[in-house]
Design a protein around this ligand. Structure first.
Ligand code: URA
Length: 232
């Protein structure tokens, strides 16, 4: 329910009929402030990297709201206290190379015991389809909660392929953290995973207007990989 659960079903613009995949657009002045500077074309790479890192930590706080915990008791200097600890197996954080690497430190700052897997994907700029060029993941992800780091949810092709790869290895719960999302990409991911049976969540700092004819998010922030690491 919208009033009690901050991860509410996305029913967003352009009248795209969307099934209930949980999408959260984090509404917080610090998130908006950092994102504004990230978008600014005058922001240089060192500043962009630092702000992306800080922004991811803020998004990660919301994205881990459903992270699994187990009851635990500790003894304080005064007596026993009930608490929780992260459940094992540890969550898996999966940055999508190249640009997702710029989100890794910001995420593991909040989840230092998480393990990290890598997926290398490149978008064919002609077809806009995602191609996987590297995977370094545990073979068996049964029972694992996974957090995918993909800064730009544009067409959704890259993110959808990554989520499918994780489910194929047995993951049962995937949360994607994206700096920005386009309605077209969200709708595409929803169309594939809304009825999949396993939870899929998307947490983002903003839902932008649309994609342009090159598959870039408008107004977006340009090419996230180039802005983090330089033009290739
Ligand atoms: N990838 C990017 O880096 N930026 C976009 O706007 C879309 C895809």
């Amino acid at each position: 329910m919208a009033g009690t659960d901050p991860l509410v079903p996305f029913t967003g613009p352009h009248e795209i009929p969307l099934a209930p995949m949980k999408t959260l657009v984090v509404d917080h002045p610090l998130v908006a402030h950092k994102l504004t500077t990230l978008r600014d074309e005058r922001t240089d790479s060192p500043t962009f990297r630092r702000l992306a890192d800080e922004l991811v930590t803020l998004l990660a706080y919301e994205a881990t709201r459903d992270v699994r915990v187990t009851d635990a008791t500790v003894t304080t200097p005064v007596g026993p206290a009930q608490g929780v600890r992260l459940t094992r197996p540890a969550p898996l954080v999966v940055p999508i190379l190249r640009a997702g690497l710029g989100m890794l430190d910001g995420m593991t700052r909040l989840l230092p015991t998480a393990e990290v897997g890598f997926i290398g994907m490149i978008r064919d700029e002609g077809t806009l389809k995602a191609q996987t060029y590297a995977t370094r993941l545990p073979e068996d992800l049964s029972g694992r909660q996974c957090f995918v780091l993909d800064p730009m949810l544009a067409t959704g092709g890259t993110l959808a392929a990554a989520i499918q790869l994780l489910f194929d290895r047995g993951a049962d719960d995937v949360t994607a953290i994206c700096l920005l999302a386009a309605p077209e990409g969200l709708a595409y991911v929803e169309s594939l995973f809304a009825d999949y049976g396993n939870p899929v969540r998307v947490v983002t700092a903003a839902l932008d207007e649309r994609l342009n004819e090159h598959g870039y998010i408008v107004p977006g922030l340009g090419d996230a990989g180039d802005r983090l690491y330089g033009v290739v």
